[in-house]
Write a protein that binds this ligand. Sequence first.
Ligand SMILES: Cc1ncc(COP(=O)(O)O)c(C=O)c1O
Length: 428
Amino acid sequence: MPRSSPRWMKTVARSETGHSKGFVVFPIRCAFSGQAQKRRPYVLPKCYQCNHLFAKEQAESMRTQVKPQRGLSAIRPYVPGKPIEEVKREYGLTDVIKLASNENPLGASPKVLAALAAALPELNLYPDAQSYTLRQAIAGRLGVAFDQITVGNGADGIIRELCVAYLNDDDEVIVSRSSFPVYDISVNVMRGKLVKTPLTADFRFDLAAMAAAITDRTRLIFVCNPNNPTGTIVTADEVEAFTTQVPDHVLVVFDEAYYEFVDAEDYPDTLRYVREGRRNVIVLRTFSKGYGIAGIRLGYGVAQPELLAPMNAGKESFPVNRLAQVAGLAALEDDEFLHRTLAMNRAGLAYLYEQFSRLGLKYVESHGNFVLLDVGPAAPYVFEALLRLGVIVRPCTAYDLPHCLRITVGTPEQNARFIAALEGVLEV
Ligand SMILES: Cc1ncc(COP(=O)(O)O)c(C=O)c1O
């Protein structure tokens, strides 16, 4: 760097383009509020020879006068499980397993794969916007009417549609702490107000606390059952007592993404409320878990048609793509695959419980295809050490459970590899 350069320019590196990196500091406005940032001036790397900004796009987006919608500033972005390819690249590994996103370790059903292959030549055609055949098939399966089914881009898509349909600014939405963070995002997008109730001491949803939190401004309550990431359920009796306390202006959303995995006899039959004509209940389910097609994005909701109408009004023109409709139909035809999935999950959970007990580790018994493991304050280090051994699990800091890891039940081989890695890490 020439001696005459101002002191704020400091060469730190030479980029691949041959530009020398210096730093320039200038005041910048917050992209959300438009407020000038007084305390911490933003620092941008800049070439001292030609003024090329290394972070040009970033600089430009920060300087725009076009203000984003203010609900977005409250969002803590959803952090998905680390992708296998990224871990391979970062740690120089060739053999990595992922037990971080509650995916189906058996893959997808062969019937689904065959149906998808047969559907490929028609990709030039738009899908059926109404998903008529698929909705008929789901309705037939559940014993409800066709117009009581809505399908979407995953259960995530339906959660978004629900918030778009039912939330105005500052409407209250009751969710539990340590639950699925996608609710928070969609509520914030609509500038709703999140009201969070604690879990019970045994990591279950506290429905009494949720009922007590209802006000005139409450619009939605999300009951995640089984709950992600704790794997716990609320029972039929608890749900019955709860629903009698919920006023008619409040919509109760039972998110049953993992319902296929539940064996408990006291698990509630929430579809009963829909069949009985209750106009403030919706049940959400997904093809991502038991049916193993998370990658294709397909979920559904079951509710009275009057409740679905505003959601349908706000839908995208083609909310479920052609392949997803084909895959969903084929998945419903493959009970054998679903049963294999459930049997493997049951055996996997039993194995993991046994191993955790042997290692003296605390865990929460799960009704899903994952289990919450308490490894104490060292959880971030255990997570990182497992990554280095090629095992991706999910840290639970974003779920307000910083001492815990969430482990998806894998194949027997994957489970054994995870336990061997965990044992090695904990002994260090
Ligand atoms: C509780 C819960 N609800 C909904 C979803 C989203 O499901 P989908 O893949 O259908 O969007 C998940 C996915 O992990 C989940 O855990």
